[in-house]
Structure formats: C-alpha cells, structure tokens
Design a protein around this ligand. Sequence first.
Ligand code: ATP
Length: 224
Amino acid sequence: MAKSEGIPAPAVRRLSLYLRHLENSQGRNRATVSSRELSRAVGVTDAQVRKDLAYFGQFGHPGIGYRVDDLVARMREILGADKVRSVVLIGAGNLGKALMSYRGFRKKNFNLIAVFDNDPQKVGEPAADAVCDRIQSLDKLEAVVRKHEVKLAILAVPASAAQVIAERLATAGVRGILNFAPVILQTRPGVTTSTVDLAVQLEQLSFLVTTGQTGDDRDGDGLN
Ligand code: ATP
C-alpha cells in the first residue's frame, strides 16, 4: 500500500510544496523551521500545516519547530523521492525539447531514460546531454517501457495524438502521465494523469489579472 494512501490529494500536493521549501532551507543550512514559516511559504494557515504533517507522522517538536533534515528525509520517503524513477518522454517538438533539457527533473531524482517521436526526421537526433542518447521511433515505446518497467511518462505530442499514446503507455505498464497536450485524457483505473495546459493556465492568469485578484494560483484553477 502506498504510504500516502487515504490522505487527501490536496495534502499530498502540498507535501511537495513543503518539501521544496524545506530543501531550500536545507541548502541554507537551516536546522529547524516553524509551522508559521511553512504556512507562509505554501500559502496556507499554520493549522493546515500541522494538520497536513500530522497525516504523515509526528514531526513537530514543541518549542523547536520541525527539524529540517528529519522532515526532508521523511517527506522524500513518503513521496518516493529518495529513489531514482525512470521516465519516458513522447514528443520531441518545441515543448518536448525544452522538457528534455530541463534539469529540474534530474534534481528531483527523475531519470529521463528515453524520448520518442514519430517524425522520421527527429528519430536519431541526439536527445539532451547525457540523458538518454538519441530520440527513438515510437515503435519502440512498448519494448522500452516494459524492459525498464517504466511507470511514468511525459506527453508532449499534439492533442490529436495524445489519447492513443496514453492508451499504449497504460497497456505497457505506465501508471502516471504528465500530459502537456491540450486535451483531457480518458484513463483506465490504475492510471493517473496530470495535465499541464500552458495556454489555459495563462488564460486563467490573465483572467485573475484583469479581475484584480492577486496571489499565487497554486493549482492553476483560476481561484486564489
Ligand atoms: P510543440 O507542441 O512542442 O511546440 P511542435 O509545434 O514542434 O511542438 P507539435 O505538432 O505540437 O509540434 O508536435 C510535438 C511533437 O510530437 C513533434 O515532434 C511531433 O513530431 C510529435 N508527434 C506528433 N504526433 C505524434 C505521434 N503520433 N507520436 C509521436 N510523436 C508525435
């Protein structure tokens, strides 16, 4: 059973945000943080921080706050971030190429092991430095996913191609898809998708700006 099973999804999402702040604090050699500081960093109340962290265990020390190293280690364990996880990317267009070179995935222990495209002109081109050699034909998708037991994929193909590829990924064993195609994917039980629709998010942001709302639209739902 996953360690975060039964915990509300928004709490799990905030966990990544707490972790990012804590890793920054660790980088600045901070030994402890308070729930107040975490609450400001993530934009929730102190009570919410305490409630969220209580789902995962007793981390707080009265009068001291939260010990950064302990909390980071435990959160990484819960999120599975202490392990290297293999990811494949499908679509090496403008967005896919940017994602391929994005160092943030590496920093979070994600290893991009293969990039696929169906354009013969792109197949064989180098994929980003030291990540995974060359862009491969989509025909190899299932074989690579199965061989390396890949559970995560990033889709950066046009909307028209995304659903079919998502189904192939799921059949081959992928369980999570970060989808940059501007379409909502239909998924089967056991597969989770997260769609990042950059143009829609910019549209939402534009709406917030024109209606005079401020703050950070953390979940991209157009509401602060
Ligand atoms: P981007 O959307 O990243 O800006 P683009 O405008 O260069 O890219 P798109 O048409 O969006 O190109 O396609 C993104 C990438 O997906 C391209 O490299 C294209 O070859 C690839 N692609 C399109 N259809 C498929 C498919 N069915 N299977 C695999 N790759 C595909």
